[in-house]
Design a protein around this ligand. Sequence first.
Ligand code: TXA
Ligand code: MG
Length: 345
Amino acid sequence: MQTEVVRVDRTKIDAYVMEKAGKILKSGGLVAFPTETVYGLGADALDWEAAKKIYAAKGRPSDNPLIVHIADIEALSKIVKEIPEAARKLSKAFWPGPLTMIFEKKECVPDGTTGGLSSVAVRMPSDEIALALIRQGGGYVAAPSANRSGRPSPTTAQHVYEDMEGVIPLILDGGAVEIGLESTIVDLTGSCPVVLRPGFISLEMLREVVQEVEMDKGLIAEDSSIPPKAPGMKYRHYAPRAELKIVEGEMERVVSYINKKAMEEPGVGIICTEETSKHYHAGLVKCIGSRREERSIANHLFAILREFDKEQVTRIYSESFESPGLGQAIMNRLLKAAGHQKVQV
Ligand code: TXA
Ligand code: MG
């Protein structure tokens, strides 16, 4: 299959291109498209034969459910049994945007789309290209991140092309995404909303809207004694080919530990920040962004992991990025990429 990459200008969306993309979705095909978080791999969410193709294209385990993307709030009540008060408040505050909510599903959502679960994950993205595609595609687009399973999520159309060339007919290229980390997932099927995956919408932001919100215990547990509630969170993910280790501690000690390792070991890669980059004297140094602008760190994380795959490195040391805002989401992805390997210095 030939994979076409078509550039789409967000300020002047080409109706002809969107119509063509919508036709592919309606006839059961796949289209990759930008969202504000990461690129998605879309299929008609209410057509199980179509959604099945997503699993094949990604090499994704079939028990890992998909997020259904909608373009307007009216679409929600057609696929979920009940909209709890907390969900109404959260949707008012954060939709369209990087928040996914989990509800009890109605019959019309195929079991295949939800990995056999009785619940369904729903998100209304804010990206104009995504919204136009969802409308053209019938209103319900199932879309996981458009990477091969286990690879870092794609933040540019080029990343999607690397993973999906020859496998899907069309990639809509809207340039680099705005955020760079996948949406925050909140489960609303229980008595208290629970965060299943941290993202751009932090726990603090959620608590400003609904006072009671908890973190899934499976996310907090240091060991893997408690499995996470979102099936996808249990899989190895984002792992670069080289072994990745996260170094934690006071910044001066971190820099000196990594410097020592880079001088002793051959083929060392380093993930650092603008604040520290000039202090490294060996190894292949890549700057992820600035600690003063943590959005820049989120934005470059997946791209940097992909870049290291093209380099001759066998071990990567990364600084740690704990912070009250985006830090939780950044560290969640980085720890998964590192297979939870941490060094305390
Ligand atoms: O930002 C995003 O959410 C991106 C863009 C494309 O919208 N999508 C995305 O999808 O990250 P994916 O498939 O890579 O991750 C979806 C996560 C998985 O961890 C999956 O297990 C979880 O959502 N999930 C989906 N439906 C669920 C459900 N009913 N119950 C619990 N977890 C669910
Ligand atoms: Mg994913």
